[in-house]
Write a protein that binds this ligand. Structure first.
Ligand code: PLP
Length: 287
C-alpha cells in the first residue's frame, strides 16, 4: 500500500509524522474519504469542495489548489495494486517548529500543514448483506455544534458508534432535541408512506456526498422526497430507515433499538435506490 506524506509518495508503513503534530496532540485537522471504483475516484470534485469547506471551517489555508489535489490523488490511486479503493485524505495544522512552544492551543505561525493520504481496499456490501440489512441503536447526539466540518477529532462519534458495536449493530442513529441528525459515521434517511425524508443540511450534521447523490437520484427518477426536520417519532415509526455513506453506499437498517423497522426487512425503496445508485455509479465510471 502506498501513501503520500508532505510531498512524498512512500510505502504506508514508512509514513511517519512528529509526535508533536497538531493532529496527534489536539486532533487539529480535517479529513475526507473518497471512494474509488476501478481506479476512478467517484465525485472527486464534491469531495474536494467539502475538504475546502472543512479547511475554511477550521481556518487552515489549503496547501493545494483543486488541480494540485486532483493530480496528487490520481497519482496515489495509480500507485495502488488494487482497483476499488477507499482513499483517505488528512490535513492537520502541522508541527510546531524550533522556537515555538511544543504544545500551545494557539495556531502556530509559519508552519506548513501536514498532508497525509493513503488508500485501502474498498469493500462494499455483498448482495447477501444488502438483503439482510443491519441493525442500529439510537443515542442522544452529544457532539459539538459544528458537525458540518469533517474534523479528525472524532471522539464523540467513536464513543457513539461503539454503542452500536457493543449491541452487535452497525450504526448509531443520533437524535438532538427530539430530531434526527445523522449516524455516527453516515447519513440517515427515513421512508414513510412512500415518501423519502432527509434531514436538512445544517451545522448539526455532515452533508454526505452520498446523501447528495441519493437526493439527486430521487429527483431524477420521480421518487417523492422531502428535505425537512424529522422527529424522533417519525424515525421510530418509519417504514424504512437507511444509512448512507461513501463506503457503505445505501444500507437498510432493519432493526432500531431491537424493534423492527417497518416489516423488519429492507424495504422496496431501499432496494430501488440501491439499484439506481449502482447504475449511476457504473455510468459515471464508464464516462
Ligand atoms: N456523516 C458522518 C458523521 C460521516 O462520518 C459520514 C461519512 O463517513 C457521512 C455522514 C456520510 O458522508 P459521505 O456520504 O460523504 O461518505
Amino acid at each position: 500500500m502506498n501513501a503520500y506524506l508532505n510531498g512524498q509518495f512512500l510505502p504506508l508503513a514508512e509514513a511517519k509524522v512528529s509526535a508533536l503534530d497538531r493532529g496527534f496532540v489536539f486532533g487539529d485537522g480535517v479529513y475526507e474519504v473518497v471512494p474509488v471504483y476501478s481506479k476512478k475516484p467517484f465525485r472527486l470534485d464534491d469531495h474536494l469542495r467539502r475538504l475546502q469547506a472543512s479547511l475554511d471551517g477550521i481556518r487552515l489555508a489549503s496547501p493545494h489548489a483543486t488541480d494540485g489535489w486532483r493530480e496528487l490523488i490520481l497519482r496515489l490511486i495509480e500507485l495502488q495494486d488494487f482497483a476499488d479503493q477507499s482513499l483517505y485524505i488528512q490535513v492537520t495544522r502541522g508541527t510546531p517548529v524550533a522556537g515555538q512552544l511544543p504544545r500551545d492551543h494557539a495556531f502556530p505561525k509559519g508552519v506548513p500543514p501536514t498532508v497525509f493520504m493513503f488508500a485501502q481496499p474498498l469493500v462494499t456490501a455483498t448482495p447477501a448483506q444488502k438483503a439482510a440489512g443491519v441493525c442500529a441503536v439510537s443515542a442522544l447526539d452529544n457532539r459539538w455544534l459544528r458537525c458540518n466540518i469533517k474534523a479528525i477529532s472524532l471522539l464523540a462519534n467513536i464513543l457513539l458508534r461503539q454503542q452500536a458495536v457493543d449491541a452487535g449493530c452497525a450504526e448509531t442513529v443520533m437524535l438532538r432535541d427530539g430530531f434526527l441528525t445523522e449516524g455516527a459515521a453516515s447519513n440517515i434517511f427515513v421512508v414513510k408512506d412512500g415518501v423519502l425524508l432527509a434531514p436538512p443540511p445544517s451545522n448539526l450534521m455532515l452533508t454526505g456526498i452520498t446523501y447528495d447523490v441519493v437526493l439527486e437520484l430521487a429527483a431524477t427518477h420521480g421518487i417523492p422526497h422531502q428535505v425537512r426536520a424529522i422527529s424522533e417519532a417519525e424515525v421510530r415509526t418509519a417504514d424504512e430507515l437507511w444509512m448512507t455513506s461513501s463506503t457503505k453506499e445505501i444500507m437498510a437498517i432493519v432493526r432500531l433499538d431491537g424493534a423492527p423497522v417497518g416489516a423488519g426487512v429492507p424495504g422496496p425503496l431501499a432496494q430501488q435506490m440501491d439499484g439506481l445508485y449502482q447504475t449511476f455509479k457504473h455510468q459515471v465510471m464508464r464516462a
